[in-house]
Design a protein around this ligand. Sequence first.
Ligand SMILES: Nc1nc2c(c(=O)[nH]1)N[C@H]1C(S)=C(S)[C@@H](COP(=O)(O)OP(=O)(O)OC[C@H]3O[C@@H](n4cnc5c(=O)[nH]c(N)nc54)[C@H](O)[C@@H]3O)O[C@H]1N2
Ligand SMILES: Nc1nc2c(c(=O)[nH]1)N[C@H]1C(S)=C(S)[C@@H](COP(=O)(O)OP(=O)(O)OC[C@H]3O[C@@H](n4cnc5c(=O)[nH]c(N)nc54)[C@H](O)[C@@H]3O)O[C@H]1N2
Ligand SMILES: [Mo]
Length: 698
Amino acid sequence: MTSAADNFFSPSAPQTHGAIQIVKGACPHDCPDTCALRISVQDGRVVKVQGAAEHPSTHGALCTKVSRYAERTYHAERLLQPLKRVSAKTEPPRFEPVSWAEALADIAAKLGQIAARDPQAILPYSYAGTMGLVQGEGMAARFFNRLGASRLDRTICASAGAAALTATYGHKVGMHLPYFAESQLILIWGSNSIASNLHFWTFANQAKRAGAKLICIDPRKTETADKCHQHIALLPGTDGALALGLMHELITHDWLDHDYLRQHVDGWEELRAKALQWPPARTAEVCGISVEEVAQLARDYGTTRPAAIRLNYGMQRVRGGGNAVRLIALLPCLTGAWRTRAGGLLLSSSGWFAPFKNMAALERPELATGATPRLLNMSTIGDDLLREADPAFGPKVEALIVYNSNPVAVAPESPKVVRGFQRADLFTVVLEHFMTDTADLADYVLPATTQLEHLDVHTSYGHTDVLINEQAIAPLGQAKPNTQIFRELAAAMGFTEACFAETDEQLARQAFSAEIDFEALRAQGWQSLPLAEAPFAEGGFPTANGRAQAAGCDYVANYESRASSPELAQRYPLAMISPPARNFLNSSFVNVKSLRDIEGEPLVEVHAEDAAARDLTDASMVRVFNDRGSYVCRLRVSPRARPGVVNGLGVWWRKLGAQGSNVNEVTHQGLTDLGAAPSFYDCLVELQAWSPAEASAG
Ligand SMILES: Nc1nc2c(c(=O)[nH]1)N[C@H]1C(S)=C(S)[C@@H](COP(=O)(O)OP(=O)(O)OC[C@H]3O[C@@H](n4cnc5c(=O)[nH]c(N)nc54)[C@H](O)[C@@H]3O)O[C@H]1N2
Ligand SMILES: Nc1nc2c(c(=O)[nH]1)N[C@H]1C(S)=C(S)[C@@H](COP(=O)(O)OP(=O)(O)OC[C@H]3O[C@@H](n4cnc5c(=O)[nH]c(N)nc54)[C@H](O)[C@@H]3O)O[C@H]1N2
Ligand SMILES: [Mo]
């Protein structure tokens, strides 16, 4: 069977074609790679999306997902007109088309009524569906600042690591991507690079071919672990203990750069004393690995030059994620690995852009008059939507405007998120490309443009180039860019400030400081930041005193684990992590059939011992559950799972999974030690066989 989207690629398309025009684009997705795109347009249609060959880190290669971006844009189920809900929120969703004029007038009237009582009862909800500075928070932030709406603390992904890097080094800064190719030892720590950071892997692979040793530190035996020389499958949430154990060995074998520590680190004596409490035996016990693994890893790290660490956000999605990032991030200070450009650590490069960005011009904080509105954490949206007004919380949330995010699928503890979105007295507007799980629970769904249909500019959290994304084609149907929707909403609300009339190009031109020449950016498609190759060879961290800060960090155990919650672990003995599926981008692309076909269906990977202990067989359907909820998926007996840990892959759309649920049914809203982020991978569950008969039994 072919869909309308498939027809677009079929040879039966019209045979007389105009010339192909190449448009410079940028991948909008929440991924460290931020690739430069070359978009081929013919007769007003995109016929191909490719990686820019000339852009160094993209080097002409795209991941499978984004090479299918046209398939997503021209998808038969694209939202192309505004929709208004006509069914109750607890019933199957039914919508009918309305005009933009009617939708905007009604939304403005509803928001106006709520704002007249208290604008803080209105909450924007957005994340990184697009990472663009224009279509991200540009015009939207102006709108919500002017409105006086509640502010959203955007914690769902990276804020534990961000807070940790900031506490330790002053900002989200680290090694530059290309120099990993020159490292002799690379620790790939909490990152499935081949799946989620493919363009880093290119450099790691160059290093490997040049003789470097690659070690993957991850509870799951990922496709990246398969390609490394060694895989250390520690228990989830024990990375901080491993870092302290490594420090113990670096100290006792004197693999230390005393001079670097003395000159560039504050708090070393305190950290040293803590690390000395973590001999290999204790570390191995807590991490669920062997003493030899700890000792050998320390030896490799202590004696190989240059040594680099690619840390990724996977390992900070646990209660102690912030402290763990701090401890790991300090390792290169102990050995002086920062002294060369091929040594050190990279978690995020986004802080390098800070001096070159002008967020205030984009977001206009001065539009907010009066008292600063409250800040609500996006990661506790489940609880917050179910809260009544009280003095500590403020007003009940009465309206939600969702854009660039799919919270009903991606936020933790979805049973509560769903109940919140189902509230009859909640007014919800969703700006989307597709009828996601979140759009299904909206009062109004407004069709937004994709990256091929609008202008944007981008920074990155993996490399250090800024990119432009030129508009390649006209918006499909009645879709409008986020910016235009907020412009029109502002007009409908009677906001007359001149900044609401600015065009996308005017926004894009304000995004960067004068060092980034907009015309040069347009001409090439990207511009590299002028940065030192080995930024911390002589210290000089962006902290208040230029020194790394080592005081005040320690191992923090999970909320849920055998060691920290033994009673809970009796009932729910399996630790579950839920890392991304390779062919989806969080919950984006789940509805692109060719990609969904590669992933197959929602599944949980289980070690043979754990399956056998429960009489569960490969390919059977199971219920994954705990006190919070349960979801049904297929079991895969797999060497990718270690004993005691199960891997619930990917953020599937609930409605495309079995029984209309996904992995976030069982995750919780406990926040990380630093940065108030969710602890998705800090979660105990149990498994049992499931058969369709149970579904009807209720
Ligand atoms: N294909 C694809 N690419 C993506 C994404 C996607 O969904 N799909 N998501 C994007 C986003 S939003 C982000 S934030 C980035 C980074 O996304 P990350 O969340 O860092 O994703 P991964 O690189 O897959 O790394 C997660 C890895 O951490 C492992 N892990 C889980 N718990 C622990 C732990 O306690 N300790 C250690 N050491 N490892 C642990 C998982 O098994 C997994 O292999 O990737 C982006 N790229
Ligand atoms: N259990 C579990 N849960 C997780 C994770 C996990 O590893 N495990 N990962 C977490 C992480 S790292 C993250 S970053 C979050 C991600 O969560 P989200 O930021 O919600 O990311 P997506 O699921 O990709 O949803 C983004 C939505 O934005 C829409 N979109 C894209 N571009 C535009 C645009 O220009 N305009 C509008 N209006 N909409 C647009 C897309 O169609 C898509 O539906 O999920 C988190 N949830
Ligand atoms: Mo993320």
